[in-house]
Ligand binder design. Structure first.
Ligand code: HEC
Length: 253
């Protein structure tokens, strides 16, 4: 008797894991993942969101899974519970593998990342998706020399920009200070390309990147030449500047 109840119960559990959607179900692929991702309810939360969209069923705990989430191998997927989780897709060229790759692409899309970030326990986000990781890493990858960047900036940018306390009274009033620029969300983009942004093209030459000054319009002042290494030093220095209070007035274009 008990068996009669157990089988439907199992089916119900299975259908909770991967609800049958309006999209017709295709044969799926296998996925293995660390136990805590299942015990926390994360898999039950995540997988239906993929299956609903694609109709691709995911079998957890399959033999020879096509997709493996682990804490040591593959492409970084997300961070949480004190570790980084990685996703790996097997090499075997099977139809299941193609589906697993669609899963990987979905996880790497905005929708997939959002789904990862939306999972909460007691109202607290548990996992930060890979994009967040990338951004966090990008913010610390500058491996120039901050001190050299600082000295270079005071010496060469400081006659127009307030670079820091040392030249607080020296910059040109209408020119944004480094700390104001640093507070802009795209500061990195602005500093990496500053040599191409007005008014710098007539002042600055980035070695190997800038076009030579047009002889018809020679630079007015002593041109400033800098190398990519010096630019990296500047970026390293600026990444460590305390951003200005965003409430402070910002010199706008
Ligand atoms: C001759 C004066 C002058 C010098 C020297 C100068 N800048 Fe500027 N810079 C400006 C002005 C003026 C602006 C504002 C331009 C605007 O608002 O359109 C500016 C803007 C910028 C911006 C923001 C650009 C944007 O489009 O948002 C960055 C980044 C920057 N400067 C970096 C530097 C760095 C780094 C140096 C030194 C290596 C430097 N500048 C040297 C005058 C100068």
């Amino acid at each position: 008797m008990i068996h009669k109840f157990n089988t439907p119960a199992l089916l119900i559990i299975a259908s909770l894991l991967v609800p049958v959607a309006a999209v017709p179900q295709e044969a799926g692929f296998g996925l293995s993942s660390p136990a805590e991702l299942q015990e926390s309810g994360f898999m039950r939360f995540l997988l239906p969101r993929f299956s609903l969209k694609t109709g691709i069923r995911i079998t957890l705990a399959a033999n020879n899974p096509e997709a493996i989430i682990s804490t040591d191998n593959g492409v970084p997927l997300m961070e949480g519970l004190g570790q980084v989780y990685y996703l790996q897709i097997t090499e075997d060229d099977t139809p299941q593998r193609g589906k697993a790759q669609r899963f990987a692409a979905w996880l790497d899309s905005d929708i997939g990342r959002r789904a990862i970030a939306q999972f909460e326990l007691d109202g607290v986000q548990i996992f930060a998706p890979i994009e967040t990781l990338r951004a966090a890493e990008a913010a610390t990858i500058f491996d120039g020399n901050a001190k050299r960047g600082e000295d270079f900036s005071f010496a060469n940018c400081g006659r127009c920009h307030v670079v820091g306390d040392r030249n607080r009274m020296k910059g040109i009033g209408s020119t944004p200070s480094f700390s104001v620029l640093r507070s802009l969300p795209d500061w990195e983009e602005r500093f990496s390309t500053f040599y191409a942004r007005i008014p710098h093209p007539s002042l600055v030459q980035l070695e190997g990147v800038s076009e030579p000054f047009d002889p018809a319009f020679p630079p007015a002042n002593q041109p400033l030449r800098l190398t990519l290494d010096q630019l990296e030093d500047i970026l390293t220095f600026v990444s460590g500047i305390m951003p200005a209070d965003l409430g402070a007035p910002l010199v706008e274009h």
